[in-house]
Design a protein around this ligand. Sequence first.
Ligand code: BES
Ligand code: MN
Ligand code: ZN
Length: 496
Amino acid sequence: MDYSIETAPIEKLQSDCLIVGVYQNQQLSPSATALNNSTQGLITKVLTRGDIAGKIAETVLINVIPDNPFERILLVGLGEQKPLTSKNFRKALYAAVNSLKKPQIKSVVCSLAECEVDSFNSQWKARQIVEIFNDAVYQFTAHKSDKETESKLEHIIISVPEQESESASMGLTQGKAIAAAINLTKHLADLPGNICTPTFLAEQALELGKKHSKVAVTILEEADMKALGMGSFLSVSRGSRQPAKLITMNYQGGDLNAKPIVLIGKGLTFDAGGISLKPGLGMDEMKYDMCGGAAVIGTLQAAADMQLPLNIIGLVPTSENMPDGDANKPGDIVTSMSGKTIEVLNTDAEGRLILCDTLTYAERYNPDVVIDMATLTGACLVALGRVPSGLLGNDEALCNDLLAASETANDSLWRLPLWEEYQELLKSNFADMANIGGKDAGTITAACFLSRFAENFRWAHLDIAGTAWRTGPTKGATGRPVPLLCQYLLNRVRVA
Ligand code: BES
Ligand code: MN
Ligand code: ZN
């Protein structure tokens, strides 16, 4: 799909469909007014008939319009005539794209960037339009014999007034980079475990390195990790026939001596639970246990595409977690790279076992901040559902920056406490700590475990178990938390 900005008045444009907004009480947006005037009151006629009341996200497609440069017009309800909330703006856009998928529509002019949205400018609006069109038409067809997609959309033209063109163009560039990153993340995540193995993920990262001169990719093999003393990480992959990898991606976009932002993503290409085997129902979804890793790869691509003046390190520990004669057994004790010993009381709490050694490894980059993201705990779904990702961390400023970015990006977070009282739950009689904390507060005890390996830097952890993919009939990856991470990086550039 291609996206562009157009500043000519809409009467001068043409396409298969024009999207215009209408408010409640028959109030028209500026583009709807212009169109109404050039069509002898067509829009007022539709409104008077009562076919659309203007409530948020209502749509009516006017299908045949004689003597008009637009083959069709899509009216979209915008609610009361006042600035929209960002959520309602997004709702209206999703409703618009979804109603344009079925008809034979290739090119669209979208005038909705003209609506006022609570404290957001044209840059943000253009970016949202690109992200939402992109998200709504995404389909995973790699393994379907019939590759035809539902949507025929090809060209999206965002119309903005002349004075907004610079701001909107910036948003367009960012939106395209973020949308491509989300697509990459979703695609990697939707691939099945027999294709998307640790080796495959590593190859994808190497591809990214080939595409971008500023991204240097190195893969640590099991022998390298053994030499580093990553006994915790390697204990997980020992039960799998697929060799584990630690993918390192180094994007050097900032000053040589600027401290890097380190992003770490859990890359379990399949989590069967190991000897603490998971129940069969829904186990296929554990192919998504690499969504954190995919989001890190996607975000590095976006940062490179946007040429952000930042230094960013992406680390993706990737492995399978399988039952096997050589797999971890409950009660096994492993020694992490930090020297701390861990009693593996449940082999299904494997994410933290691969992440802890990666956190220790991150120290060598002398990071400014470290942000890890992981489909870490089913308990996060119980606590927060599929709306926000869980946020925990050891640094107030970093957590607040992430919360602010999550609001702008509409990729929500909810912070949970990391109080020291919870640390006691990880006590082991036989090692420095256990890898599980019992049945209470599972998301917090998992983060407590990680915090013990993040003592030497500012750190935040995102539990994306509920947000990285959808279950049920629309099962599929969401690409989260790429929007949030990209927004965080963009905000870092602004203040830097
Ligand atoms: N990858 C899972 C977490 C998960 C479960 C994500 C369901 C999304 C949906 C993780 O490795 C895991 O198995 N966690 C265990 C931890 C427990 C053994 C302490 C869990 O949540 O059950
Ligand atoms: Mn597990
Ligand atoms: Zn897992």
